[in-house]
Design a protein around this ligand. Structure first.
Ligand SMILES: [Zn+2]
Length: 93
């Protein structure tokens, strides 16, 4: 049984050689370091929804009344909203 001919995929020739324009006398862009280094630590994902305290967990956001537990609501400044069904619950002051 002869070996099956390999159908080699067409190679993409990378053309990055001409992608570097050389501007003589152009001022170098100053990249301010620290501008994006804000100490704004916001956890994302499901782990942001829970806080583990020892053996217990607490949910940091309310769950949707319509969708049931498992559907967390987004925390806005004056209300909670469910991204799943659109349910909105206003925060009580
Ligand atoms: Zn919902």
């Amino acid at each position: 049984m002869p070996p099956a001919p390999k159908a080699a995929p067409p190679k993409k020739e990378e053309s990055t050689a001409a992608a570097a324009p050389s501007e003589a006398g152009a001022p170098a862009k100053k990249v301010e370091k620290g501008k994006h280094a804000k100490k704004h630590k916001e956890e994302k994902g499901v782990k942001a929804m829970y806080k583990v305290e020892g053996d217990k967990i607490s949910r940091s956001r309310p769950t949707c009344e319509r969708c049931g537990p498992g559907y967390f609501m987004a925390d806005h400044h004056s209300r909670y909203t469910c991204g799943h069904c659109g349910f909105t619950r206003y925060k009580q002051k």
